[in-house]
Design a protein. Structure first.
Length: 217
């Protein structure tokens, strides 16, 4: 199977996958709405590093362990669900703390203002953790990439190249989403709208945690 021949199908699949709702979309939307475009870059990079690491794990056969081992799958599922609950609860805490005040939280600073030194690193780490603690990502990578790698091609190297292409496409799409959301960010940062956005985001993240925890493979 010629790698160039399968690229159109691979790119189409990546675009469709990237556009599907999930924790990544929720994190990007929230951060872009409340912080603006530039702070969201760290979130996107963290998510994409997680995807790339899972792709490499699939190429090395490690993702197969998660896909077939009940224990490994359960550990990742619980860890992923717990972290999403943590993020969702934190959003709800921001709702209650803001109350009727006009002040914002640490995540709702005005774009262009200096960020705390650890803000970008924390956003990057949270996004990376969300991706790595998602067992669905492991199972998906194990099922997805072999369709585009023929037996006569080096599995790990070919997977790494395809993963780089996926990361590039998803990064462009997610940064485009962040730019669009940030463009109307002033509306999202209005106190009433911000509280509603935090409430919706928190609810969505907790619901996604439930899907990760209880949905079958």
């Amino acid at each position: 199977m010629d790698l160039l021949a399968v690229l159109p199908a691979f790119l189409l699949a990546v675009v469709l996958i990237s556009a599907s709702p999930g924790p990544a979309m929720a994190l990007i939307f929230r951060r872009a709405a409340l912080r603006g475009f530039r702070p969201t870059v760290a979130t996107v990079l963290g998510l994409e590093l997680g995807i790339y690491l899972w792709a490499l794990a699939a190429g090395a056969g490690l993702a197969a362990l998660v896909a077939t081992s009940e224990t490994a799958y359960l550990v990742l599922r619980v860890a992923g669900a717990a972290f999403l609950v943590y993020l969702g609860v934190r959003s709800w805490i921001a709702v209650f703390r803001s109350g009727g005040e006009d002040g914002g939280t640490a995540d709702s600073a005005v774009p262009g203002s200096p960020q705390p030194r650890g803000s970008a690193a924390r956003a990057f780490g949270e996004a990376l953790a969300v991706q790595l603690a998602n067992p669905k990502a492991a199972v998906f990578m194990f099922a997805f990439y072999p369709q585009f790698v023929s037996p006569d091609q080096p599995l790990l190297r070919t997977t790494a190249l395809l993963a780089l292409l996926q990361v590039a496409v998803e990064t462009a799409l997610y940064l485009g989403l962040a730019a669009g959301v940030a463009h109307v960010g002033a509306w999202f940062r209005r106190p009433v709208v911000r509280r509603r956005l935090e409430a919706v985001t928190g609810t969505v993240l907790i619901a996604l945690a439930g899907r990760v925890a209880f949905s079958p493979r």
